[in-house]
Design a protein around this ligand. Structure first.
Ligand SMILES: O=P(O)(O)OC[C@H]1O[C@H](O[C@H]2O[C@H](CO)[C@@H](O)[C@H](O)[C@H]2O)[C@H](O)[C@@H](O)[C@@H]1O
Length: 315
């Protein structure tokens, strides 16, 4: 049917504002079930077909893939997304972005909506709580980032290798009092694995571990730096670049210039602001590109789900 109605018409016929119609089309929160049903009914009644981009959101006609990040402000996830997008565009896919905010419930909700919209495939940045049950029957058209799951394709980082390489470098530079600032062990990869690797290195080399595991936020790096910097400390490993940026501010304010910082990330922001920090690159850019290629291969029936591990490289 020729599409003559606009979003404005649908809004008028449904007795709501244009922004509400847009929220319904994009499956955003902030719309009651009743209103959503009314708007959807009006759209169905008039055979409403929105613009191309909105159609892409609805998976109705274009080749569409969804990328579900955990946080829109994550430096590391952005680096991976930056290399996914060109790979999808090149093959004629329209990517749409969504955010899970580390909530398994939101993932379930997003996947259900994407299934209803008949989307071609999904790249999902995984986290603790994203189990096989949450992933449901997406085996052939989903690629999981940073986590693995039985029967699903995944692109993972070498968390243990990243920390071990940093520890080895610091050890070779003569450091024997190396502290660690990380993420709680409930976070299996960035948290538990990176901390375990630090502990294991300390044990092998008879170093005394000094660690705090506050979380992923930059402010936590700033707030907890004082807990891990003792009078003996000569080096501090941060589990992420973001934590290291927080620590840097603390060191600057306290005029401490004899602690060597090291971190996992090698992000452009860290390299630009603090080239003195020793970093290890987990391979976010490569991971993004490989994930997009893997998903496209699966969608077109040319690839089976399998696990890819990206090696970490000391900068
Ligand atoms: O501060 P960021 O730039 O966001 O980097 C912090 C870490 O982010 C990623 O780990 C977190 O998100 C993962 C999903 O992308 C999730 O699986 C993990 O549990 C979270 O900690 C990234 O994988 C890490 O390499 C970054 O260090």
């Amino acid at each position: 049917m020729e599409n003559r109605l606009t979003i404005k018409d649908i809004a008028r016929l449904s007795g709501v504002g244009k922004s509400t119609v847009s929220r319904v089309l994009n499956n955003e929160s902030g719309v009651s079930d009743r209103t959503r049903e009314r708007v959807e009914a009006v759209m169905a009644q008039h055979g409403f077909s929105p613009s191309r981009s909105a159609r892409a959101m609805r998976g109705q006609s274009d080749k569409v893939v969804a990328i579900i990040v955990t946080r829109l402000d994550s430096l590391s996830e952005n680096l991976a997304v930056q290399t996914m997008l060109p790979a999808f565009y090149e093959q004629g896919y329209d990517p749409i972005m969504m955010e899970s905010q580390f909530s398994p419930e939101k993932v379930v909700e997003h996947l259900a909506m994407l299934k209803r919209r008949n989307i071609d495939g999904v790249i999902l940045f995984g986290f603790t709580g994203v189990t096989e049950a949450v992933l449901g029957d997406w085996h052939s058209t989903l690629v999981l980032m940073a986590r693995d799951a039985n029967g699903f394709a995944s692109v993972c980082y070498d968390d243990t290798g990243a920390i071990t390489q940093l520890m080895q470098r610091l050890f070779e530079l003569g450091h024997r009092h190396i502290s660690f600032l990380g993420v709680p062990p409930a976070d299996v990869t960035t948290g538990q694995r990176r901390h375990d690797a630090y502990q294991a290195f300390c044990k092998r080399h008879k170093l005394t571990p000094v660690a705090a595991l506050p979380g992923l936020a930059m402010k936590q790096g700033y707030d907890f730096a004082s807990q891990v910097i003792t009078p003996e400390t000569t080096a501090l490993i941060c589990a992420t670049d973001t934590l290291a940026l927080g620590v840097s501010k603390y060191l600057q304010e306290q005029r401490i210039d004899n602690v060597q910082l090291a971190s996992v990330g090698n992000t452009p922001l860290t390299k630009f602001l603090h080239p003195e920090i020793i970093t290890v690159d987990p391979g976010y850019a490569e991971a993004g590109h490989r994930a997009a290629e893997q998903l496209i291969a699966q969608i077109s029936g040319k690839g089976e789900p399998h696990q890819i591990v990206i090696p970490a490289i000391l900068s």
